[in-house]
Design a protein around this ligand. Structure first.
Ligand SMILES: NC(=O)c1ccc[n+]([C@@H]2O[C@H](COP(=O)([O-])OP(=O)(O)OC[C@H]3O[C@@H](n4cnc5c(N)ncnc54)[C@H](OP(=O)(O)O)[C@@H]3O)[C@@H](O)[C@H]2O)c1
Length: 307
């Protein structure tokens, strides 16, 4: 608060807001650095002042440890990429899903409030049930149909209450070089089988973790807040994604379209979970098409995955 003389004898109080300037080096604390997205975030943040605790160093469920770490690092931004991401595993481990994805996120948000740090929380297209047939807007009501989706949806609600300035980034269908992902699985199967069956009745947007990491850092610099949808542009079914992987990699396996009903899994997946990019474009950030992203992924992956 600044006390300022305006006219003789009259004093008014002007609130001097701390307006963050992120055109210099940012202090960032990243949870989930060992994950698929986390590894690309570490690369993307290498010119920033980065603290990246492992899950052993700071389990999200350990409130005191999370507080201590954030108090010590005093970040401008906290990127919360860590999560229990086994969608089928969440169905039989509901308590763990909520403890990590919801209560863990709450621990981080409460610590962020104490230090005045901004928080970016990674969320998912699975907060929707997939009954729409046009891209989901950030204003659409959450309606998860899996425990994983529920835990993330509840976390979103809690974080918005605790930190009105939180930035919630919903993304979908991640692939990248940092771990197991759909293209790597398809390439592996195609090297040992003549035919691969892939579901053709779930539509979404594949997202390259390298493109996502770049967009997230741009959003931090733009001081983004609220809900933002960030995926590669365009959409496809898993069958169409697999077909494109085969075409681009020049492998011979035949991809056969099947239905979700033919391959039941413990967790329900949305039949349609394309996320509108309007909220991202509002920050003048644009994502490449998923086919372009796949080509770049395969260009890098070719040496290690395809003999
Ligand atoms: N993958 C997708 O298709 C997808 C789609 C939409 C949204 N998302 C969201 O995007 C984010 C990144 O996903 P991802 O695929 O990169 O995840 P990931 O590869 O499964 O990595 C998860 C990360 O979270 C850490 N972690 C797990 N439990 C923890 C705990 N209790 N305390 C602290 N850290 C813990 C893991 O550490 P360890 O390695 O030590 O276990 C790992 O670094 C997640 O929030 C996810 O929900 C992912």
């Amino acid at each position: 608060m600044e006390k300022r003389e305006s006219a003789p004898g009259r004093i008014h109080l002007a609130i001097v807001r701390r307006i963050p300037i992120y055109n210099s080096m940012m202090r960032v604390t990243l949870f989930g650095a060992s994950g698929l997205l986390g590894q690309d975030l570490v690369q993307e943040l290498k010119t920033e002042q980065l603290t990246a605790p492992s899950s052993k160093d700071a389990d999200l469920r350990d409130r005191d440890r999370v507080r201590e770490l954030i108090r010590d690092s005093r970040p401008d931004w906290i990127l919360l990429s860590a999560a229990y991401t086994d969608v089928d595993g969440c169905e039989s481990n509901r308590d763990l899903a909520f403890a990590v994805n919801c209560e863990g996120a709450v621990n981080v948000a409460e610590a962020a409030r104490e230090t005045g740090s901004r928080l970016m929380f990674l969320s998912t297209d699975y907060v929707f049930d997939g009954s729409k047939r046009s891209p989901y807007q950030t204003s659409d009501a959450r309606k998860p149909s899996s425990v994983y989706g529920e835990s993330k949806a509840r976390a979103e609600e809690r974080l918005l209450e605790i930190l009105p300035e939180v930035c919630i980034v919903r993304t979908s269908w991640l692939f990248g070089h940092g771990g197991k992902c759909f293209p790597a699985t398809i390439l592996k199967l195609a090297s040992t089988r003549p035919e691969i069956s892939v579901v053709n009745d779930q539509r979404g947007s594949p997202t390259f973790t390298r493109d996502l990491a770049s967009a997230l850092v741009q959003l931090c610099r733009a001081s983004a807040r609220g809900i933002v949808h960030v995926t590669n542009a365009g959409d496809c079914t898993w069958y169409e994604f697999a077909t494109e992987i085969m075409r681009e990699s020049g492998m011979a396996a035949v991809v056969k379209p099947v239905t979700t009903a033919e391959f039941p899994r413990p967790a329900r997946r949305p039949a349609y979970s394309v996320l509108s990019a309007d909220s991202l474009h509002a920050y003048n950030v644009h994502m490449p098409d998923w086919r372009d992203a796949l080509r770049r992924y395969l260009g890098n992956a070719a040496a290690s995955v395809v003999p």
